[in-house]
Design a protein around this ligand. Structure first.
Ligand SMILES: [Zn+2]
Ligand SMILES: [Zn+2]
Length: 337
């Protein structure tokens, strides 16, 4: 099982690899640009070569990219749709240049125009982009595959239900160039239970029936702070949320997913201690018996304890000085949804 986490690209894209190694990742996810701004600095040849050198010089594989949160290809507003389409194409050009095999994207939101209209808009954008974009790169390797992420169904967010995702795939001209990233927190929040062998099987069978498990190329590994069906996207440390270790035990020991990258998007501090802790929990579940999880639960209960103490200390310091202390900016900067 390649386990990993979303890594900051502060100081340069290539730095994500050193961070990934430092926190014990087999695989990583990155933004290739600032994810909360429309404007992106163009990718320079030096950025690409530094990234490829770092990638070639370590065992981290594969690298996933996640697109900007501003992109909404499901919108009925023409201007935002065109802007989103162009930005998404730019994201794909960047990942193609960097040799990144997967680009994860939240499909979009219909903003009141209705599910079917929203899904059609997304398909139209993707079909146009794929027509303009070769399926393979100059060296013959495949171009970046788009991975639509299962969402929590917040607001008018699309593709939180598997049948909506299936409908989107029906409308794609080249569905073979597109896959799915299964976010565990989102699927659960969207209303699919996964906590027992029976509900886990039922959900995976439903996914297979409507979309196909062959489409499932990656996982986002997040526990959920909210209960099943809440349609709210709040990530928890592994084993500290409503999903719990019973689910993660089933998933990491499922032989169907043995080669799929499994990426954490959980809260962490600058030292990435929490990534190490969550990764240790996931690895401790491998090959273990289902009735022997108490030891791992004790481990999971410790995740984030140091960070919480640090945050409490910072808060106290801030209060004491009553100045604009550093708060937890570094922590917030790295949060991924
Ligand atoms: Zn995610
Ligand atoms: Zn999320």
């Amino acid at each position: 099982m390649p386990f990993g986490a979303h890594m900051s690209i502060a100081g340069g894209l290539h730095n994500a690899f050193a961070r990934g190694q430092q926190s014990g990742c087999d695989t990583i996810q990155v933004f290739t640009r600032n994810a909360s701004q429309w404007a992106a600095k163009p990718l320079l040849d030096t950025d690409v070569s530094a990234f490829c050198t770092a990638m070639g010089g370590c065992s981290i594989k594969p690298v996933l990219a996640h697109d900007s949160y501003l992109i909404n290809m499901g919108t009925p507003a023409d201007e935002l749709w065109a802007k989103s389409r162009n930005a998404f194409k730019d994201e794909l050009e960047r990942t193609d240049a960097l040799g990144i095999p997967y680009l994860v994207t939240h499909a979009g939101a219909h903003m009141g125009a209705g599910v079917d209209a929203g899904i059609r808009r997304i398909a139209q954008a993707v079909n146009e982009i794929q027509r303009e974009r070769p399926a393979s790169l100059a060296d013959g390797s495949p171009a970046t595959m788009i991975l639509f992420e299962t969402t929590a169904g917040q607001g008018s967010g699309l593709c939180y239900r598997f049948d909506e995702m299936a409908r989107l795939f029906e409308l794609l001209d080249e569905p073979q160039r597109v896959g799915i990233c299964f976010d565990t927190c989102h699927v659960f929040a969207a209303g699919y239970d996964l906590r027992t062998p029976e509900t886990y099987d039922a959900t995976m069978t439903e996914f297979d029936r409507l979309i196909g498990l062959d489409k499932l190329r990656a996982f986002h590994m997040n526990d959920s702070l909210k209960d099943v069906g809440c349609r709210i996207d709040r990530h928890a440390h592994i084993g500290q949320g409503y999903l719990g270790l019973s689910f993660f035990h089933l998933l990491v020991n499922d032989p169907r997913f043995v080669d799929r990258p499994m990426i954490l998007e959980t809260n962490k501090g600058e030292e990435m201690v929490e990534d190490k802790e969550n990764l240790a929990v996931l690895r401790a579940l491998l090959g273990r018996k289902a009735d022997d999880l108490a030891e791992v639960q004790a481990l999971a209960d410790q995740t984030g304890v140091a960070l919480a103490a640090e945050q409490a200390e910072n808060k106290a310091k801030k209060k004491a000085k009553s100045t604009k202390a550093m708060a937890n900016e570094s922590v917030e900067e790295q949060q991924v949804t």
